[in-house]
Write a protein that binds this ligand. Structure first.
Ligand code: GFB
Length: 328
């Protein structure tokens, strides 16, 4: 059931992460007054009993499932058991508890790595399960596919209003800047920032990119995703299902760029003028993953933030919080 009242109780699962926090702030700014969250130290969403007890106590009307184990290409490749196991467990306990306690609407957040490695570009929602996955993130992708399928099955068997948003690569304030676990955009921002004036002669030191820099990625600013979440929550289910019979909507910006071009843009924002090197021992991952946003376009939603503005905001946030970010 669509969100109609600013008093509706909205549970944001994962409200301390980059995505959950942006959604929380966006909903608050939009006038929603009854938001609920629990830090993971207080509620382990992998635990079905604890999750069920929380749902019984709070009785949320709407659930936004933004809690997940996430990370960049290397973290996905190094910790396959955590990426598949934790995500499956979180999805199962939250979606099941939402079903059993009669939540009006649940919005599950997936990721566009669920699509086949060589899916047609831009990738429509119905390219799901039409080919093999990219090996480096198959574990995470399988868990996210299962989460979406659980929502679809709940709708098919019980008529539950459970929908999935599949955002393309996200970035923004509050991102993970740890070079071992982060995604490419925050990693390159940090590397360029730290390389400024760091050569022995005071000029800019080189920045090392992983892989060839040729893969292309599409980047969505996290506040734009938060806006898409609110937009979908406020939309009637029948209108959404007319565009998306499987309940799945891609969220993207409609254009991508190569990692090399991203590096050039980041250098410009940060003011780094040093050389760029490549570490070919690191994987490239999927060659391209531009999403087809026709479904959400047809419903009337579009991203607003330019990549340059989003990078500038993220860089400003990083400089303010640099001392707090994980140092490796
Ligand atoms: O953002 P990223 O880690 O993840 O990497 P994916 C994107 C591309 O940037 C890859 C390259 O080709 C990386 O090799 N890259 C270059 C770097 N330099 C760096 C660097 O310093 N750090 C990082 N991290 N990458 C993830 C998936 O895929 O994206 C997840 O593993 C999820 O499952 C997420 O879907 C959105 O875009 O390749």
């Amino acid at each position: 059931m669509r969100l109609t009242s600013t008093d509706s109780k909205i549970y944001v699962a994962g409200h301390r992460g980059m995505v959950g926090r942006a959604i929380w702030e966006h909903l608050e700014t939009a006038g929603y007054t009854n938001l609920v969250g629990r830090p993971s130290e207080e509620l382990d969403l992998r635990d079905p009993r604890a999750t069920r007890a929380f749902f019984e106590e709070e009785q949320p009307d709407v659930v936004i499932l933004a809690a997940a184990r996430v990370g960049g290409i290397l973290a996905n490749d190094r910790y396959p058991a955590d990426f598949i196991g934790d995500n499956l467990a979180i999805e199962q306990s939250v979606i099941q508890a939402a079903h059993e306690t009669g939540v009006d609407r649940l919005l599950f957040l997936g990721s566009t790595c669920i699509y086949p490695k060589h899916a047609p570009q831009p990738m429509p929602e119905d390219s799901l399960l039409t080919g093999p996955l990219e090996p480096t993130n198959q574990w995470y992708a399988v868990a996210k596919i299962a989460g979406h399928k659980l929502c679809e099955a709940m709708h098919q068997q019980h008529g539950d209003d459970m929908l999935t948003l599949m955002p393309t690569n996200l970035y923004g304030p509050g991102d993970d800047f740890d070079l071992e676990t982060s995604h490419v955009l925050p990693a390159l921002l940090r590397k360029a920032h730290e390389a400024k004036g760091a050569a022995p002669d005071g000029s800019d030191a080189p920045v090392t990119l992983w892989g060839t820099g040729e893969p292309k990625r599409e980047f969505l600013y996290v506040d734009d995703l938060a806006d898409a979440v609110r937009f979908v929550l406020e939309h009637p289910e029948d209108e959404i299902r007319e565009e998306a019979p499987d309940g799945m909507l891609n969220v993207g910006v409609g254009e991508d760029l190569s990692i090399n071009d991203l590096m050039a843009l980041i250098q410009d924002v940060v003011g780094h003028d040093g050389p760029i090197e490549h570490d070919h021992s690191k994987p490239d991952g999927t060659p391209r993953k531009l999403v087809d946003t026709s479904r959400l376009d047809a419903l009337g939603w579009q991203a607003q933030t330019s990549l340059r503005d989003g990078i500038q905001n993220t860089y400003d946030w990083y400089r303010e919080h640099e001392a707090l970010s994980v140092q490796r």
